[in-house]
Design a protein. Structure first.
Length: 324
């Protein structure tokens, strides 16, 4: 009996210690894992949020870039980290949704191995074509693609990348069957599109906008429900009669088992950073869209990830896409 009581006391003490630790968090430097190599499109967002969240939390937030396997290496690092709030993930549609279908044996289960913190931004994809492609809208693009499928190619930043899967979704919805040319990154893919060596690309708006503005490529459609404020003259695919929604997104995740009190503190810091004018101005000017307040909760993000896994499994399966 004495041993049982002692064990119960020990468990209670451990629980109280955990609660106290959660209340005191953070007491030291926090690490944000960016699961892509330095210099990528996530870097600006990571730096802005790390600096502002550090100010809000009263502790430094450092960025650790861990690239490889379409972001899976970095995400796996967080999935296996101690659930103490000191390591969290800058997740994407790729790391948390698409990789679950792209890999036969993913390194983690994005639903059960992580706890959701907050969804922050979405980045629309833009269907852009070489500037001399003889089409001016989606209907002409699809008709041209079906008539010239043996001559056409579409580019991507690599097999399984978000911009590859964006075009795979376009192809699935429109019935196009075009040869895919994977590149080692978005920049060389865009360079060959500008040079007319490939026919189209579904690029992230932050890197597509400068080329659209310069007239070096032709914008066919924004792949979101609403037009972009930074490319207001480019119609959506939906308003042109094609039900295509393709965008990347960023959200924060912590290892499963992280105390709820820490998740709430991290969520609060994220939301406060999102409301910071300097952060909003910098990211919105690049074409990113901040999500509405009702979509910033941990509960919403957890359900959103599950729906995104289902959504992207369809074009991945239809296109027989695998990176194993």
């Amino acid at each position: 009996m004495g041993k049982v009581v002692s064990a119960l006391i020990a468990v209670a003490a451990l629980a109280l210690t955990g609660a106290a630790n959660a209340e005191d968090w953070p007491t030291r430097t926090i690490t944000m894992v960016n699961p892509f190599a330095a210099g990528g499109p996530n870097d600006v967002l990571a730096r802005l949020f790390a600096q502002r969240m550090g100010e809000i939390l009263g502790q430094s937030v450092i960025i650790e870039n861990i690239g490889g396997a379409g972001g899976m290496n970095g995400a796996d690092r967080v999935a296996k980290a101690a659930p103490d709030g000191y390591t969290f993930l800058l997740g994407t549609v790729g790391t948390q949704a698409q990789n679950q279908s792209l890999f036969k044996k993913p390194a983690y289960n994005s639903v059960t191995d992580f706890a959701a913190v907050a969804l922050m931004v979405e980045a629309p994809l833009v269907l852009v074509a070489r500037k001399d492609l003889p089409v001016k809208d989606m209907k002409e693009f699809v008709a041209y693609g079906k008539a010239n499928k043996d001559k056409m190619q579409f580019a991507s930043a690599g097999t399984g990348s978000a911009i590859h899967l964006g075009c795979a979704l376009v192809n699935m919805v429109t019935g196009l069957d075009i040869v895919h040319v994977p590149y080692r990154g978005a920049n060389p893919a865009m360079q060959d599109l500008m040079g007319g060596r490939v026919d189209y690309l579904c690029d992230i708006i932050t890197t597509a906008k400068p080329q659209v503005d310069a007239g070096t490529v032709k914008a066919i459609a924004i792949l979101t429900k609403e037009r972009s404020k930074v490319l207001p003259n480019v119609p959506t695919a939906i308003e042109q009669g094609f039900d295509v929604e393709a965008y990347t997104w960023n959200a924060f995740f912590v290892p499963k088992g992280t105390p709820e009190a820490i998740i709430q503190k991290l969520n609060h810091a994220t939301v406060e950073a999102m409301k910071t004018p300097a952060v909003r101005e910098k990211l919105e000017s690049a074409g990113l869209i901040f999500v509405s307040d009702d979509r910033t909760t941990p509960e919403y993000l957890a359900k959103f990830v599950q729906s995104e896994i289902v959504k992207w499994a369809a074009p991945i399966k239809a296109g027989h896409i695998s990176v194993d």
